[in-house]
Write a new protein. Structure first.
Length: 328
């Protein structure tokens, strides 16, 4: 199959491109050339800005599927729509943050928490939080007609090597530093959040390229590991071999817990992934423990150039909790 990939040299994309090439697809990747990932020699590279792509050259390749890894705002939908009448279908990587529940978590959408797990027909956000990041607008623009059949993948919070968000880093560094305890604000300890390992999300993109049906279809993507935060920390600890204690502390008492004041943590973000598993046969190729191990290995190899962690304040809080007999 001839596949054209727009973007894809940074985080998820290299895994998608490698998987497609290894499965004997004819792959062309369009990117700016600022980042050159290690990709198979069979992959064709076209260096161009997305707003100045050589469309005649790319259309002449007669791609059967076009994949956009990085559509961020409504106007970006034009990139895929440019291949209507040429490609058989398209795949766009969106995000689970399109759901109204995410807006309620961020307190931008009024109302009580939405029930979870969220299926693909759950209500979407109506308020744009960041004008430079509008996945709801992207989806609306792409699905406004049937000229180009489309599969949209709503991705979770993704961890793995090369993750610029460093989702496991603060826990990992505390474990490596031999901390006797990790503190969790009680508001977040039981909060559930949707997660996915990078290679598993990439495998979902490949499944959509190969097996998505005709017409428009939307798929939630997430690993089964949609645990509460406290359980997530315990699973990281098990992989890291850390035997310290997880201490749940009163709301607002842990260092940096003021950041939680902006969130309504009564709103869990958990996805129903039944559709992609039944329709496309997607399964996570990397199990949870191995995904955590690979992420930790990469995170701990990165330079620790962030601000000093306030262990003195943490030690004082642990001592106060121990003295009061309220340790959890």
């Amino acid at each position: 199959m001839r596949v054209l990939v727009l973007g894809g040299t940074r985080f998820i994309g290299p895994h998608v491109v490698r998987d497609l090439a290894e499965r004997r697809h004819d792959v062309t990747i369009v990117h700016r050339g600022e980042t050159e990932a290690e990709l198979p020699e069979t992959v064709r590279h076209v260096h161009a800005d997305f707003d100045a792509m050589p469309l005649d050259e790319l259309r002449a390749l007669e791609p059967q599927v076009v994949v956009d890894m990085v559509p961020l705002v409504r106007a970006d939908a034009a990139r895929l729509r440019a291949f209507a009448g040429v490609a058989e279908r398209a795949v766009a990587v969106s995000s689970a943050d399109v759901y109204r529940a995410f807006g309620r978590l961020r307190r931008s959408e009024p109302g009580a928490p939405d029930p979870v797990p969220l299926a693909e027909d759950a209500p979407l956000r109506t308020i744009v939080i960041d004008p430079g990041y509008d996945k709801v607008g992207v989806e609306e623009e792409l699905t406004r007609d049937d000229e180009l059949p489309l599969a949209i993948l709503r991705a979770p919070a993704i961890h793995g090597p090369r993750d610029r968000q460093h989702r496991l880093r603060e826990y990992a560094l505390r474990m490596v530093d031999g901390r006797p305890a990790i503190l969790l604000d009680e508001r977040i300890a039981g909060w559930r959040w949707v997660r996915g390992y990078v290679e598993n999300v990439a495998a979902a993109v490949v499944a959509a390229v190969e097996r998505a049906p005709a017409g428009h279809r939307i798929y939630n993507v997430a690993d089964d590991s949609q645990h509460a935060e406290a359980e997530w920390v315990r699973r990281i600890a098990a992989v890291a071999g850390w035997n310290g204690e997880l201490v749940v502390v009163p709301a607002g008492s842990a260092p940096a817990s003021a950041d939680l004041d902006e969130l309504d943590l009564a709103q869990d973000i958990v996805l129903d992934t039944t559709r992609i598993r039944t329709e496309l046969g997607w399964r996570e190729p990397i199990d949870e423990a191995e995904g955590i191990r690979r992420t930790l290995e990469w995170e701990l190899a990165q330079p620790d150039d962030g601000p000093r962690r306030d262990y003195d304040a943490e030690d004082a809080l642990i001592e106060r909790i121990s003295s009061s007999g309220t340790r959890t």
